[in-house]
Ligand binder design. Structure first.
Ligand code: NAD
Length: 250
């Protein structure tokens, strides 16, 4: 059984989807979870639910694209007696679909700021705290689109490829300091991120792109994140594991 008793783990974008599922699983495994999202209400809703079922959870609002807000968030998360053990850089947005030749530069910039700079800011502020607490683990939520392309998504695809690169660079730096840094590459997962644009036809076409013939569940991605944060993954660092029903095997 994987346990995180006495360990504090910070999850960004924890008010919804993969982040909320990860926070619930970590708390059920004994971790104290710090849930962050853009608004207090989003993160606090899940935190209250975790506390009601006997878990330990605190919430803090921060925009991951703002370095100063991420610094304050990490300070909050690491203020307990045990300091900070783990970070899940999960917050992300999908961007506005358009071909590269018609892509809105502001939409590009926002996706880069949230999905790539947000991951950097998280690691920039958390890694010294995790090192000070004696080590731990980071999981960055990339995407299959951190490894392969996708039309009409140049900002998202570029940001997620960047997340995989940032994961490798940081992993090398901390490999001898007892901090493992990995990424996960989910295929299409049924969360609010994609559900708002899921017409029946689009859903069927997305399902068909996955060899297993279905989309993934947030809990399936959370299971992998929890494993990578745990001691069971003790020799894994600098890796990006696809969790995609075979999508990138094609
Ligand atoms: P979601 O929309 O359900 O949850 C994302 C959360 O991030 C939301 O609660 C949102 O408020 C928050 N967020 C957005 N911008 C933020 C910001 N600037 N600062 C702080 N929080 C912010 O989406 P999800 O599907 O659970 O996505 C989680 C991660 O998984 C994202 O990084 C996404 O790119 C990635 N991902 C999702 C899929 C998928 O198909 N759903 C596939 C691959 C990767």
């Amino acid at each position: 059984e994987i346990r995180f008793d006495g360990k504090t783990i910070l999850i960004t974008g924890a008010g919804s989807g993969i982040g909320a599922a990860t926070a619930r699983e970590l708390a059920a495994s004994g971790a104290e979870v710090v849930l962050s999202d853009l608004t207090d209400t989003a993160a606090e809703g899940i935190a209250a639910e975790i506390r009601a079922s006997g878990g330990r959870a605190r919430a803090f609002a921060a925009d991951v694209s703002r370095a100063d807000q991420v610094a304050a968030l990490v300070e909050f998360a690491s203020s307990g007696p045990g300091g900070l053990y783990g970070l899940v850089n999960n917050a992300g947005i999908s961007g506005t679909p358009a071909p590269t030749g018609a892509h809105d530069p502001e939409a590009w910039q926002r996706v880069i700021d949230v999905n790539l700079s947000g991951v950097f800011y998280g690691m920039r502020h958390a890694l010294p705290k995790i090192a000070a607490a004696g080590g731990g683990a980071v999981v960055n939520v990339a995407s299959i689109l951190g490894s392969v392309g996708f039309a009409n998504s140049v900002g998202y695809v570029s940001a997620k490829h960047g997340v995989v690169g940032a994961t490798k660079a940081a992993a090398l730096e901390y490999a001898t300091q007892n901090i493992r840094i990995n990424a996960v590459g989910p295929g299409f997962i049924r969360t609010p991120l994609i559900e708002h644009r899921l017409s029946d036809d689009y859903r069927r076409s997305l399902e068909a792109r996955h060899p297993m013939g279905r989309l993934g569940a947030a809990e399936e991605v959370a299971d992998l994140i929890v494993y990578l944060l745990s001691d069971r993954a003790g020799f894994i660092t600098g890796a990006c594991y696809q969790i995609d029903g075979g999508y990138t095997a094609q």
